[in-house]
Write a protein that binds this ligand. Structure first.
Ligand code: DC
Length: 226
């Protein structure tokens, strides 16, 4: 039987980088579900459709095909109607649109089967917001990866400064807090730890320690059955 690890948590806790490294070490497939919401956001952006519950969005869902595949390096590729959009979904605009479009119940329902099918035949670490609560409620391992807002804002600030951007720490901290509030208080699939999840707080951990902490929860919960 395949092993499913549900990894949820707020933006900026390091989920994707930690999950990618842990998946590589364990020889699991890493599935980034945020990319799927970003892809629908991109489809809406291309057609100038507002990311709100509307007939236009429902009609868009009938016309698009979203698929996940992997390249020879094992990296996830997301296809929109057969086109590789993995790079195009990484803009700040796509991120903002994804956040809005992900609050629409029909969009979440549209992506459910695709996410579940990935975990049927593969050992997966699936990263998202509602994986342990909604997508894979029977996952053998559920981890809620989090860190204090100040730590998450500090990491993001460092990343952007290193890229040569002129940003203020206070602005980033405010954004982090605002997005947390939005994600935790939305009506559908709000961000919250599953009851049977283990919380890994990375506030005081560096990257390698965070990976180690995640791997040790996975091994403990599965008795290394993989
Ligand atoms: O993880 P990310 O930043 O790529 O996610 C993009 C948006 O999609 C984010 O605002 C929250 C949403 N999302 C979600 O609602 N449920 C998921 N399982 C994954 C992402």
């Amino acid at each position: 039987m395949s092993v499913a690890v549900a990894l949820d948590g707020p933006a900026g806790a390091g989920k994707s980088s930690v999950a990618k490294k842990a998946a590589k070490e364990l020889d699991f497939i890493y599935v980034d579900t945020g990319a799927l919401y970003r892809t629908i956001g991109l489809a809406a952006m291309r057609e100038n459709i507002e990311p709100v519950a509307s007939d236009e969005v429902f009609d868009l869902l009938k016309r698009i095909k979203v698929e996940l595949t992997f390249n020879e390096k094992g990296e996830q590729i997301v296809l929109l109607n057969g086109e590789d959009v993995s790079g195009q979904i990484r803009t700040p605009e796509a991120s903002m649109t994804a956040s809005k479009i992900s609050a629409i119940p029909e969009v979440r329902a549209f992506l459910l089967d695709l996410q579940r099918s990935m975990a049927k035949t593969n050992n997966v670490i699936m990263d998202g917001r509602d994986i342990g609560t909604v997508v894979l409620p029977d996952a053998q391992v559920k981890i809620f990866l989090t860190a204090a807002p100040e730590a998450r804002a500090g990491r993001r600030y460092k990343e952007l400064i290193e890229k040569g951007m002129d940003v203020k720490y206070e602005d980033i901290l405010n954004d982090v807090i605002e997005r947390d509030n939005f994600d935790m208080n939305r009506e559908i699939a709000p961000l919250k730890p599953a009851e049977d999840s283990v919380t890994v707080d990375t506030t005081e951990l560096d990257f390698d320690q965070s990976v180690e902490a995640v791997i040790s929860v996975i091994k403990e919960k599965t008795d290394k059955h993989f």
